[in-house]
Design a protein around this ligand. Structure first.
Ligand code: HEC
Length: 122
């Protein structure tokens, strides 16, 4: 009989300690979620890139109008500088008159997201 009581008490203690741990884990994950930076759901780089597809190709591998460099896989920082350069009219070759209007109206956050997306196209 003593061993049975001991067994029950032991089991209860184990169950209690396990559920106690569970509670702590739950608290922890809730508080980390609170601190996580909010993603910006309004920026969908893939959707934005659709307006570039007709010239640069679905995977950014086409030479636009048969002349531009391939943009897929260029480093993100380089792409950002070039897109901003077209916006300001300080970058481009003989066809920058075609590309500049494409860059107009893009916000810095959109350029950032687009450059990131294009740099990862393979
Ligand atoms: C109407 C066709 C057209 C569309 C649409 C277009 N582009 Fe272009 N793009 C070009 C042409 C042509 C060039 C080469 C222009 C030049 O001579 O500098 C170019 C060049 C570029 C370059 C520079 C490549 C390099 O390494 O020199 C980048 C980056 C670029 N485009 C990004 C984009 C992005 C991002 C979009 C969508 C927001 C876009 N383009 C939409 C035609 C287009």
């Amino acid at each position: 009989m003593k061993t049975l009581i001991g067994w029950i008490v032991g089991t209860l203690l184990i169950v209690l300690s396990i559920s106690g741990c569970g509670d702590r884990n739950q608290d922890f994950s809730v508080s980390t979620m609170d601190k996580a930076p909010a993603a910006d759901p309004s920026i969908d780089a893939k959707a934005l890139f659709q307006r570039c597809v007709k010239c640069h190709g679905k995977l950014g591998k086409k030479q636009a109008l048969g002349t531009s460099r391939v943009i897929a896989g260029q480093p993100k920082e380089v792409l950002m500088k070039k897109i901003e350069g077209y916006q300001k009219g300080i970058y481009g070759g003989s066809l920058k008159g075609v590309m500049s209007p494409q860059a107009q109206g893009l916000t810095p956050v959109q350029i950032n997201a687009l450059a990131e997306y294009i740099s990862k196209l393979r």
